[in-house]
Design a protein around this ligand. Structure first.
Ligand code: SF4
Length: 680
């Protein structure tokens, strides 16, 4: 087995964490920011401290196998033999689908691609999905429905610098990706968020709707756009279909009615409509706050309707986009980790797509499984065997008690990870894998731009790459060894062929072009194609070239507050931690800044529960109880509490969250559930 050759000296690379993929320079284990269009020389505290993980004492450095209830060191051969033999036994007894695969939005394109191929070809299971289902699936579903294609930002981030007005719904980039905020500096910023977040503090106008009522708010603003004469009739006629049906719904949501539902003043709704309509260049952006709902695809659809009515998508200098969260959240959702998907954003139920990809893989199209089930459903089915790559579902999945039961009930739980996450700690076999600066690989950032991260340092002895793990397992499951290459560039070249002709066409992207610093945004259909930094300028990706309005209506959260659970809880991120916190909780500076779970509460709400700032509280939902320290915040709504979701044990915010799923995207309702507050 080989690992990517380390490059000595200084190397230009990108941050391991979020989808902004800030440019950085790594010398040994020292990080410096570097000029790159997304971060323009900035880094946040996570980026500055990212090299701490390279030699963290928490790093996994040898395979572990559970013996007599304890994880004990094992050789790679023993660990991989054990996994393969157990997989064969389980599938022989319970069928192919009894073994499931769970991937992650931080995995490189090469890993995401090979993981999808491994599931469909080596395991023959339909059960594969990934944590991006919890992150971007509603945005993806809405984007596909409206535009015929899902690319989070269909324009470069730097285009935002020319905006006069930006409406940002449910995002807090001032904490989640601070260097992004510099691109908004010259615009009138309108923020929609029930919390007065760090980003809301920067806004010219902050709207604080009741949790779960964003769709009504979007309808109210759309109503004002039309009623106040701001509708772009020419654009709607030439570039869209379906407006009349949408107006039939929006006509019934006049701003005063919307005010009664959302709490946002009718005058503010009209101001937003006028501000966006009066701007020469304007953008509407959404993020998890409005997407992670049981009607998340419709909520995003409502914001897209507003943007279409104003004529923004596909207009130079204006647009609509969804901010991607995870490092490879965009690329990770394009090449086969999703239950219904083949590489190149092809559909698994499309006979032509199956034939194309099967030919690249050298297998019979009929041997490929049918589409499987989404991430939460996959866990809720109690898979007999579960292979997890780059995801900490014990902390990050909704209804965490239920998911923990599924993990402990499995006959075989295998986790490939860099650190001993809470999910790895429950596993039967733990496989230590290389990370970020230790291996080559590509990612696709939030604007659809391909980036090459090159190996900069040698991984610890005893660690293998995920590609090597998949190769080793596939060979033990009877696959020809050459079908699962271990060289990242070789895997990428195969991905290029598999994606050729698909929506996310990477066939013209090569490692050589990326090494030369070319800015390549997909689709890139040939090696002499310059890429597509701005999509939709001439036409949208539907066959008729037109965007679709979506006839969506407000229905409110799945679990409204009641007498027993009178408050609503929402969850999110803080500046210092990333996702489940498995990595950032190992970085001393970040832990020192935010060491434990907390709950933001209005002082009056805290007082009613007999609590004060700094007290320990129990936050209780129908599914579980979180223990967290109270932070009294006078700017939060009195009916809302906020919990960051980075903490383990009884601080897991997802002990509370509601796994009600969006009917289209299968996104759980992370962003609102009914709770009560008690003294701990
Ligand atoms: Fe940039 Fe995101 Fe890394 Fe922070 S976490 S340095 S914003 S890529």
């Amino acid at each position: 087995m080989t690992i990517a050759a380390p490059v000595t000296g200084t190397i230009d690379t990108h941050c391991p964490y979020c989808a902004l993929q800030c440019g950085m320079r790594l010398t040994g284990k020292t990080v410096e920011p570097r000029e790159f269009p997304t971060n323009r020389g900035g880094l946040c505290q996570k980026g500055w401290t990212s090299a701490a993980l390279l030699d963290s004492p928490g790093r996994l450095t040898e395979p572990l196998v559970r013996v007599d209830g304890e994880l004990r060191p094992a050789t790679w051969d023993r660990a991989l033999d054990l996994v393969a033999n157990r997989v064969i036994e389980i599938q022989a007894t319970h069928g192919r689908d009894a073994v499931a695969v769970f991937g992650g939005g931080g995995l490189t394109n090469e890993k995401s691609y090979l993981l999808g191929k491994f599931a469909r070809v080596a395991l023959g299971t339909s059960r594969i999905d990934y944590n991006g289902r919890f992150c971007m699936s509603s945005a993806a579903a809405a984007g596909t429905r409206a535009f015929g294609m899902d690319r989070g930002l269909p324009f470069p981030v730097s285009d935002l610098r020319g905006a006069d007005a930006v409406l940002l719904v449910g995002g807090n980039p001032a904490e989640t990706m601070p260097p992004f905020v510099q691109h908004l500096r010259d615009a009138e910023l309108i923020v929609v968020d029930p919390r007065r977040s760090a980003t809301a503090e920067l806004a010219a106008l902050h709207l604080q709707p009741a949790p779960g009522t964003d769709l009504a708010l979007a309808l109210g603003i759309l109503h004002a756009v039309v009623a106040d004469g701001h509708l772009r009739h020419d654009y709607v006629a030439e570039r869209t279909t379906g407006f009349d049906e949408v107006w039939r719904i929006a006509a019934t949501w006049w701003p005063e009615r919307v005010e009664r539902v959302t709490g946002v003043a009718a005058a503010d709704q009209r101001s937003v409509a006028a501000l966006l309509a009066g701007a020469t260049n304007a953008y509407v952006l959404t993020a998890r706050g409005t997407e992670q709902h049981a009607r998340g695809a419709d909520m995003v659809g409502a914001w897209i309707n507003l943007a279409l009515a104003l004529g923004l998508p596909g207009r130079p200098g204006s647009g609509f986009g969804c901010l991607t969260g995870q490092g490879n959240g965009q690329g990770g959702r394009e090449h086969g980790q999703k239950a219904d998907q083949l590489p190149g954003y092809r559909r698994l139920d499309d006979p032509a797509a199956r034939a194309h990809v099967a030919a690249v893989w050298g297998v019979d199209p009929d041997s490929l499984p049918r589409p499987g089930v989404s991430a939460y459903e996959l866990l809720d089915e109690n898979p007999r065997g579960l292979l997890v790559f780059g995801s900490n579902i014990a902390v990050s999945a909704p209804h965490a008690n239920r998911v923990a039961r599924a993990l402990s009930d499995a006959d075989l739980l295998v986790v490939a990870d860099v650190v001993m996450s809470e999910t790895a700690a429950m596993a039967d076999v733990v496989l230590p894998v290389a990370q970020w600066a230790e291996e080559d690989g590509t990612l696709t950032n939030l604007e659809g731009r391909l980036l090459l991260r090159r190996a900069a340092v040698r991984p610890p002895a005893g660690v293998r790459t995920d590609l090597e793990v998949l190769h080793g397992l596939a060979a033990r499951l009877g696959q020809p060894a050459e079908r699962f290459p271990v060289d990242a560039e070789e895997v990428f070249d195969e991905l290029r062929r598999a994606s050729a002709g698909g929506l996310a066409d990477y066939s013209g992207v090569t490692y050589a072009r990326l090494r030369d610093g070319e800015a390549l945004h997909w689709p890139v259909p040939s090696t002499d194609h310059p890429g597509t930094p701005r999509a939709f300028l001439d036409r949208f990706a539907h066959p008729d070239g037109k965007a679709r309005f979506a006839p969506v209506d407000h229905s409110g959260p799945d679990e409204p507050p009641d007498e027993e659970f009178p408050l609503q809880a929402t969850t999110g991120r803080v500046l210092q931690h990333y996702q489940s916190g498995a990595q950032t909780r190992l970085v001393p500076e970040l832990v020192a800044a935010v060491p434990e779970a907390y709950v933001e509460v209005h002082p009056d709400t805290a007082a009613r529960a007999g609590l004060g700032h700094g007290d320990l509280a129990h936050v209780v939902s129908r599914r579980g109880t979180v223990r967290a320290r109270v932070r009294c915040v006078p700017t939060i709504r009195v009916d809302l509490v906020f919990l960051p979701f980075h903490f383990p044990g009884d601080g897991r915010a997802n002990l509370l969250t509601n796994p009600a799923l969006d009917p289209t995207s299968r996104m759980p309702e992370f962003k609102v559930c009914a709770v009560r507050l008690e003294a701990a």
